[in-house]
Design a protein around this ligand. Structure first.
Ligand SMILES: [Zn+2]
Length: 162
């Protein structure tokens, strides 16, 4: 279930995705929130420089490993505009972070990209639960997923223009 508080953090993750788009990066954003509701870290995608591992969920996992105790990580929540890719799911699992809430799923993204006519990525499209054994996951959230879809549509429209 997605609460009002979840909604607020998810909205922020979509805002960050929009910021990424404006900077020429892929439209993904994520927020790390502590057990008591404090925003600890947020980031957006940074792949425009050519490093395609620069995903916000990966940055969150690394930040959490350096700055949080295992117990704090376990109780923290990661909000993200798009479901974690397998790399980020694995990083999330390895550092022992808790619940994930996403606005749009990897399945939705794959569907949208097919519609746009984008070649699927080399990395397989796996759900978070296919990568992490014991994880609480909520999403997608239809109203926010629509906004994310629009950001992806814009991203590929901009690329075709250049
Ligand atoms: Zn990723």
């Amino acid at each position: 279930m997605v609460s009002k508080i979840d909604w607020k953090h998810l909205q922020r993750s979509v805002e960050l995705a929009k910021t990424a788009l404006e900077k020429g990066d892929e439209p993904f954003g994520s927020v790390l929130v502590s057990a008591d509701g404090e925003v600890l870290f947020e980031d957006h995608n940074h792949v425009a420089g050519g490093d395609h591992t620069q995903h916000p969920e990966f940055a969150i996992a690394r930040w959490a490993a350096s700055n949080m105790q295992p117990e704090e990580r376990r109780k923290a929540t990661v909000y993200t505009s798009g479901e974690h890719c397998p790399m980020c799911s694995a990083a999330h699992g390895w550092v022992g972070l808790g619940r994930i809430v996403y606005a749009s799923s990897s399945e939705q993204l794959a569907h949208w990209l097919r519609e746009i006519g984008v070649t699927p990525s080399r990395v397989r499209n796996l759900s978070i639960q296919e990568v992490i054994r014991d994880i609480t996951v909520d999403g997608p959230v239809p109203e926010l997923a629509e906004q994310v879809q629009e950001l992806h549509r814009q991203f590929y429209a901009d690329r075709r223009r250049t």
